[in-house]
Design a protein around this ligand. Structure first.
Ligand code: PMT
Length: 329
């Protein structure tokens, strides 16, 4: 597996649109807190694991980004992503011994909460005769397991949750995460399951206040969001193992688009999925062929097999790095 990130530098046009995106984005509210949390997390996890080698760290992106239409935002463009893929994958990465930076949409699906009933939170509990709060008998096994697994990950210091809502927040936090993961070299991994907006309204050309319907039909021009995958591979974290996703609605173009993404953005794996079937089947496109992965039944997760394959690929990638380093010394 080629560890290269494509030696060519970023095209000038892309560099300009990336700079313009970050220069004009509204600044992150809590960037110093995020930076502090990231530094502590990477420091803790870059020390040796029980097995002797450094801990592998994966950044899982999850859920959809919004595109605000007004600075004092009343309306925004959103997408369908629930964050289930990212949450489920996070659980299987933990199982495989990875530390996870879970970069997720606020309010989207969370690891270990996927099995909890969708109904009201209040349905999990009941009042005892002495007014104490108890977990309902019918949900108790599921709730106890969720709490236990979640606490275990948090206590081991292997979970860092970073939320986003808008495309501006998402890309700014992603850049911070990627740059802070750079020292991990090939032990870092990116798993881009988030559904990232392709178009946005630049902050400076956005209406300040609520757009008035009395002004008639709305005519709005959206700029293209620069694809940050190339920047991540070439500049932010060039040695990390990188997986992106390709979502399409037309099965006839899916594999061709995934293949293109693989080459254009120098991804190690592209996971191709169709809107109609993405919950139960995906095609993992690699540099030596494609692998179809399907869930066995409605109770099993397609993510379980996907993560097994990715962990194995990541091991091979690390092995190749070691061989190259030995070769150089
Ligand atoms: O959350 P769920 O409901 O479980 O759904 C999971 C999923 C269907 C969202 C997930 O499996 C998936 O396919 N995620 C990627 C969706 C997507 O944005 O596809 P895309 O073809 O538009 O983008 C391809 C890749 O480029 C993505 O990995 C994205 O992170 C990246 N991208 C996209 C736009 C952009 N401006 N910059 C990017 O880097």
């Amino acid at each position: 597996m080629d560890p290269g990130n494509g030696s060519d530098i970023l095209p000038e046009e892309l560099t300009a649109s990336v700079e313009s995106f970050f220069d004009t984005a509204p600044p992150l509210q809590d960037s110093s807190l995020i930076s502090h949390k990231l530094q502590a997390f990477i420091d803790r996890n870059s020390k040796s694991s029980e097995g002797g080698g450094p801990v592998r760290v994966v950044c899982v992106t999850s859920g959809g980004t919004t595109v605000p239409l007004e600075q004092r935002c009343v309306r925004y463009i959103d997408n369908f992503s629930s964050g289930h893929r990212g949450a489920a994958s996070t659980e299987y990465f933990f199982k495989a011994g990875y530390a996870v930076i879970f970069l997720h949409r606020r309010g989207s699906c969370q690891p270990y909460c996927r099995y909890l009933p969708e109904d009201s939170f209040l349905d999990f509990f009941e009042l005892g005769e002495d007014s104490s709060i108890q977990v309902c008998q019918s949900h108790s096994t599921i709730v106890k397991k969720a709490i236990g697994d979640y606490q275990n990950a948090v206590e081991r210091g292997q979970l860092l949750k970073l939320p986003f809502t808008t495309i501006f927040e998402y890309l700014q936090v992603l850049r911070m995460v990627a740059i802070s993961m750079r020292p991990l070299g090939p032990y870092g991994m990116f798993y881009h399951a988030a559904a990232v907006s392709d178009f946005y309204v630049p902050w400076e050309s956005m209406a300040k206040h609520k757009i008035q319907s009395s002004s008639g039909p709305l005519d709005m021009r959206l700029n293209q969001v620069p694809k940050m995958l190339s920047v991540l591979r070439k500049e932010w974290a060039p040695m990390a193992f990188c997986i992106s996703f390709k979502l399409e609605t037309d099965g006839n173009i899916l594999l061709q688009k995934a293949d293109m993404a693989m080459k254009k953005y120098h991804m190690h794996v592209v996971v191709a999925n169709l809107l109609a079937t993405y919950k139960r089947e995906v095609i993992m496109v690699t540099d030596n062929g494609s692998i179809n992965v399907c869930s066995q039944d409605e109770y099993s997760d397609v993510e379980e097999e996907m993560i097994k394959i990715l962990v194995d690929r990541h091991s091979k990638y690390l092995e190749q790095y070691r061989i190259e380093i030995i070769g150089l010394s």
